[in-house]
Ligand binder design. Structure first.
Ligand code: HEC
Length: 110
């Protein structure tokens, strides 16, 4: 009988620890840096700022300028409503804050 109670307590403890782990993991996700966000959402097609599908439309400054993409707002507009062949990222997949982080990362690095 006593063992039964201890077993239940053990399970409760394990459950509490599990919930704690999940909570701290999601905090870490929120703190992901821009490079990781870029890798997760964009790098499949834009590895190193290139463009595997349409090589005329890389993320390089030269290509961006050619296509009138100057500010983080311009970049976010493309994420929301991209051209042919690119995945669209709505507010749900990529909240404004994350989209802005990725945009700034692109402006600074490519
Ligand atoms: C499934 C592949 C794919 C993914 C994933 C993808 N893109 Fe693209 N991207 C493309 C293609 C294809 C184009 C060219 C579209 C066109 O013809 O206008 C493009 C174009 C662009 C352009 C315009 C570049 C230029 O020089 O005109 C920007 C900026 C851009 N993508 C940003 C992003 C960002 C930021 C992400 C991640 C949030 C992303 N893309 C994810 C395929 C992708």
């Amino acid at each position: 009988m006593r063992d039964g109670i201890r077993g239940a307590q053990g399970r409760f403890l394990a459950l509490t620890l599990g919930v704690g782990l999940v909570a701290s993991a999601s905090t870490a996700t929120a703190a992901l840096n821009a490079a990781a966000e870029f890798k997760e959402h964009c790098a499949a097609c834009h590895a190193n700022g290139g463009n595997l599908i349409n090589p005329a439309k890389t993320l390089s400054k030269a290509d961006r300028q050619k296509h009138g993409i100057k500010t983080s707002k311009d970049l976010i507009r493309i994420m929301r409503k991209p051209g042919p062949g690119m995945t669209a990222f709505d507010e749900k997949t990529l909240p404004e804050k994350e989209a802005k982080k990725i945009a700034d990362y692109i402006l600074k690095n490519f």
